[in-house]
Ligand binder design. Sequence first.
Ligand SMILES: Nc1ncnc2c1ncn2[C@@H]1O[C@H](COP(=O)(O)OP(=O)(O)OP(=O)(O)O)[C@@H](O)[C@H]1O
Length: 290
Amino acid sequence: MRLFIVNPVAGNGRGRKVWSQVEQTLQRKQIPYHVRFTERPGHAGEIARSDASRGDLTAIVAVGGDGTVHEVGNGLVGTQVPVGFIPAGSGNDFSLAQEIPDDPGKALERVLEHRVRRVDTANIGGRTMIGFAGIGFDGRVAQTVNRFPFKHWLGRLNYVLGALQVWVGFRPIEVSLTVDGKPYDYSAVWLIAITNTPYYGGGMKICPHACHDDGQLDICCVNNLSRNEFLRIFPSVFKGKHISHPSVTLLRGKEITLSSESQLAMHVDGETIGQPPSSITVQPESLWVL
Ligand SMILES: Nc1ncnc2c1ncn2[C@@H]1O[C@H](COP(=O)(O)OP(=O)(O)OP(=O)(O)O)[C@@H](O)[C@H]1O
């Protein structure tokens, strides 16, 4: 039996509409299912965590956006219950990375095929990162976008508008990193992205070579750029072309430690978490995905 966890407010109510389409198909095909609707932030994770141990579930399917997948994935990490995804959010980077179709009917077909793959996640201070995290500029962009009153109408344009708003006042910071024990000191850092998947922020290909099952985390650090130069190279991230710029450094490793004198803003899968923890560790093949 599959359990569908539906976030009715994802994508400005798209979650509920997408679910009614999916439900009609399940009923027409006489496929048994359970459904639970989320009632508050964090609820999808609570449901996934408690229902994963029921023993009769073959999969838990998130119907919503990246925030819903983040919560359900956090509830299922380390279990053998796979997470499926029917995209109904505004960004849906997880579906881009996993090549899950935007069309709810096709996404449901993929769930019903039940082909399980194991993917890496990362432990970030006890919270699980499913796809991507960001520190600095993009931590602030996530904070800004999550507060936009019109977030749900703008889809992927949110991140462009959020980025422009943060760009105006952002002050680059000093950050020291270690990656698998090797130290790196960066001055005037705009952002550090840590990812398992190439995409984040509504389709930006920040770490174009990231792979979700290589047992490694990909890191992109952008530093020592003037405000105007940052804006000039920004569009190139949508095609992953930013990586040839001399201010962009790519690293890869299993364990990252971070320290900075400044207050850092961080997001994990687009959810704002405030000050980052001091270490981030890959959890190889820890989540089963449909
Ligand atoms: N019933 C609810 N009422 C209010 N908030 C909810 C409810 N259920 C879930 N949430 C919260 O809604 C937030 C947004 O969900 P989600 O990220 O899935 O959609 P989205 O923001 O439209 O999509 P995306 O993240 O892909 O842009 C999440 O932080 C989640 O915790």
